[in-house]
Design a protein around this ligand. Structure first.
Ligand code: HEM
Ligand code: HEM
Length: 293
């Protein structure tokens, strides 16, 4: 078993320079097997590549799977709760990966190496899948195809993209200057966030998709955002919507869409933060003394 792990690790090292090509073959095969997976893995090549490389990095580190099992358990929980992955996707993903490797490596993909990839993937997938089945956070899992937030007229009623933008101008003015939540935005550009959040919400309201950023889960991965903070943010957003002259009913419908991203962002403890690079530390905000909502 240890030999298999070493074979896979060395293989990933060897293909480091041609990862993009392997990624292209992998996604071509994956979406060919199940086109619905585009809903779980949306985005352009840059974002898809990064996700694929993340997966390779995880598989490369299984040399000591027993030692890192706890973090693989958390990885499984994140896949269930935040990414919308489901148990049956693992088989499809493995099939696509093996096919891509076979095509990419040709003769170098010996039966021994194929068995090694198969075994290592199964080892990691087993731990992730167990965590997904056992997770006490199952109830929070994001439904794969969430049609409950489908509200085709909402964007028009808000006043299109320009209407969303105006609400976000009010919203981020309050957020950036807020004594508590404002701490998260230190050093960030208000204008950039207004634009990105507008593109994101316009797409979420079923309008055109000009958003090129990451998924909310990824963007906020290193931020320790509690339920209390998310409640407060929602109140600020509601006020911004109403202050812009929109109705209570529009505010309710807007917040319903907004809330569908909440479970991907809120964390129960700082340990759930995931750091994206060496040296990064979790970001959080201290509630100011004497703070009253
Ligand atoms: C052994 C199998 C797998 C491994 C080792 C793996 C590993 C990873 C890693 C390390 C990340 C980076 C983010 C993080 O650390 O939380 C990631 C992200 C992701 N994975 Fe997997 N994964 C596997 C299977 C799957 C499956 C079956 C799906 C569903 C089709 C999936 C969908 C995703 C998505 C959507 C993201 C992106 C999350 C985001 O950027 O918001 N993964 N994966
Ligand atoms: C209390 C809750 C939240 C806090 C404190 C927060 C904080 C932040 C911060 C600091 C950034 C800037 C990240 C960076 O530039 O590095 C950001 C970006 C963003 N957030 Fe949030 N956020 C919260 C909730 C949400 C929710 C619920 C959504 C989705 C509806 C959301 C969507 C976004 C988007 C789309 C971006 C832009 C990502 C990009 O730069 O590509 N956030 N957030």
């Amino acid at each position: 078993m240890k030999t298999q792990r070493l074979l896979v690790k060395n293989c990933i090292d060897d293909i480091a320079d041609s990862r993009e090509e392997l990624s292209r073959l992998f996604y071509r095969e994956l979406f060919h097997l199940d086109i619905n997976l585009k809903k779980v893995l949306p985005g352009n090549t840059v974002f898809l590549n990064r996700k694929f490389f993340n997966m390779l990095a995880a598989l490369q580190n299984v040399k000591y799977l027993e030692n890192i099992a706890e973090s693989v358990v958390k990885l499984g929980e994140r896949h269930l709760v935040k990414y919308g992955a489901q148990i049956e996707h693992f088989d499809t993903l493995k099939q696509a990966l093996l096919k891509a490797l076979a095509e990419h490596l040709g003769d170098r993909f010996t039966p021994e190496l194929q068995a090694a990839w198969n075994g290592v993937f199964d080892d990691v997938a087993r731990v992730m899948k167990q965590a997904m089945t056992a997770s006490d956070r199952r109830a929070e899992a994001r439904p794969l195809y969430d049609e409950s937030t489908y509200d085709p007229n909402l964007l028009d009623e808000i006043g299109g993209e320009a209407g969303v933008y105006r609400v976000h101008e009010r919203f981020y003015d309050v957020m950036f200057n807020h004594p508590w939540l404002g701490q998260f935005f230190f050093g960030k550009s208000e204008e950039v966030l207004i634009t990105k959040q507008t593109q994101f919400m316009v797409a979420a309201f079923n309008g055109p998709n000009h958003y090129t950023g990451d998924t909310p889960a990824f963007v906020h991965m290193h931020m320790f955002i509690t339920d209390e903070m998310a409640d407060l943010r929602e109140r600020i957003l509601r006020e911004a919507i109403l202050d812009e002259g929109l109705s209570e009913s529009i505010a309710e419908r807007w917040l319903k869409v907004d809330q569908s991203y909440r479970s991907a962002i809120v964390k129960k403890s700082i340990d759930e933060c995931v750091l994206k690079c060496v040296g990064q530390v979790p970001v959080t905000a201290e509630k100011p003394l004497n703070y009253e909502a």
